[in-house]
Design a protein around this ligand. Structure first.
Ligand code: DAH
Length: 340
């Protein structure tokens, strides 16, 4: 029996010699102390031992079990400490290491201008309304006082999707939708993409416009001029003035072309303003009576002004961009320069 016990002790020592994890240790423990383990088997065999030998055998076996249990619990303790140390070592964070940085993107110049315009005009009480890019002939032309035989249609080369549907050529189409759905006072700003079959250094088949519409009792051209002055100062600088030149749009009467004094040379004349001291920035006018009436707004009670500008044009002027294509190519080297 003593031989058997010695063997077990030896095999325990052998088994735990290289144990590295408490999980393996637990498995080994079960091999000896588990219900079907080797020591438990010896305990069970007590039955077959003659009764007079039982007490001394029991003592020996108990001692073996105690020795084994103590050995395992000491080892368990050691392994736990070791594992904890290893875990701490693995999870150690070196706070002195330099952080990983990801490069931030930049807003597209169009977005910058659009946001700036929205901020300037919403400061004057304008609300944003975005109309659909696919329009029908009525909203894009007819309701804007441009019937199908009207020569002004030639001003805008239109992409037709069907006889009636088209890609809107101007955000002015949104004016009609607003006036049909809202009673005056109206004060809306309508940014969005527009499409024209046009492509050269200063034109793109898709570009963006910002439209504005104000309708109320007693609105005059003076209100338009005052608002434009404020807009020009906020966007181009404090000393910038505006001037109105007569023009023609079917949906406004009178119609004007709006220039700002050159913010580059202060009006003396330079390359940017082509020596004139003025830069054309937008079209505007008093909303034509026919347009108001067509939307159910009584032109004898209400009047209004409207304006529309090209966002790319403003971006090019403001940031000194000389080729419109740069705004559509998505070249990161160009876009990076607009990081705030
Ligand atoms: N829709 C015009 C264009 O695309 C711009 C414009 C001119 C808009 C005068 C207006 C306006 O609202 O009153 O050329």
């Amino acid at each position: 029996m003593q031989k058997k016990i010695d063997e077990i002790e030896k095999s325990i020592d052998e088994a735990v010699k290289d144990v590295q994890s408490s999980k393996t240790l637990q498995e080994i423990k079960m091999r000896f102390l588990g219900k079907t383990g080797e020591i438990s088997a010896l305990m069970k065999n007590m039955r077959d031992i003659p009764p007079e030998e039982r007490p001394s055998m029991g003592k020996i076996l108990n001692a073996l079990r105690q020795w084994t249990e103590e050995k395992f619990s000491a080892l368990e303790q050691k392994l736990k400490e070791f594992e904890l140390k290893r875990k701490y070592a693995e999870e150690k964070i070196d706070v002195t290491l330099p952080g990983k940085s990801t490069e931030n993107g930049a807003y597209h110049p169009n977005t910058l201008i659009k946001n700036e315009l929205i901020s300037v005009f919403s400061g004057m009480g304008f609300e944003v309304f975005e109309g659909p890019e696919i329009e029908n002939d009525y909203y894009n032309f007819t309701a804007l006082n441009t019937p199908s035989d009207h020569p002004a249609r030639d001003m805008q080369d239109t992409f037709y999707l069907s006889n009636d549907l088209l890609l809107r050529t101007q955000t002015s189409a949104g004016q009609i939708r607003v006036m049909e759905n809202k009673k005056p006072p109206i004060k809306i700003l309508s940014p969005g993409k527009v499409y024209r079959s046009d492509d050269d250094a200063t034109h793109s088949p898709m570009f963006s416009q910002m439209e504005g519409l104000v309708v109320d009792k007693g609105i005059t051209l003076c209100d338009l001029k005052g608002m434009l002055d404020e807009f020009a100062r906020k966007i181009f600088g404090d000393n910038v003035k505006t001037r109105l030149r007569p023009s023609y749009f079917p949906f406004t009467e009178p119609s004007v072309e709006v220039d700002v004094s050159c913010f580059e040379c202060g009006g003396k004349g330079c390359r940017l303003c082509k020596g004139t001291g003025w830069i054309e920035v937008l079209g505007a006018g008093m909303v034509n009576r026919h347009v108001l009436a067509g939307c159910g707004v009584d032109p004898d009670i209400y009047s209004g002004f409207a304006f529309g500008m090209g966002i790319e044009r403003i971006a090019m002027l403001k940031y000194g961009i000389n080729n419109m294509k740069l705004l559509f190519e998505g070249d990161v080297r160009f876009l990076k320069q607009f990081k705030g």
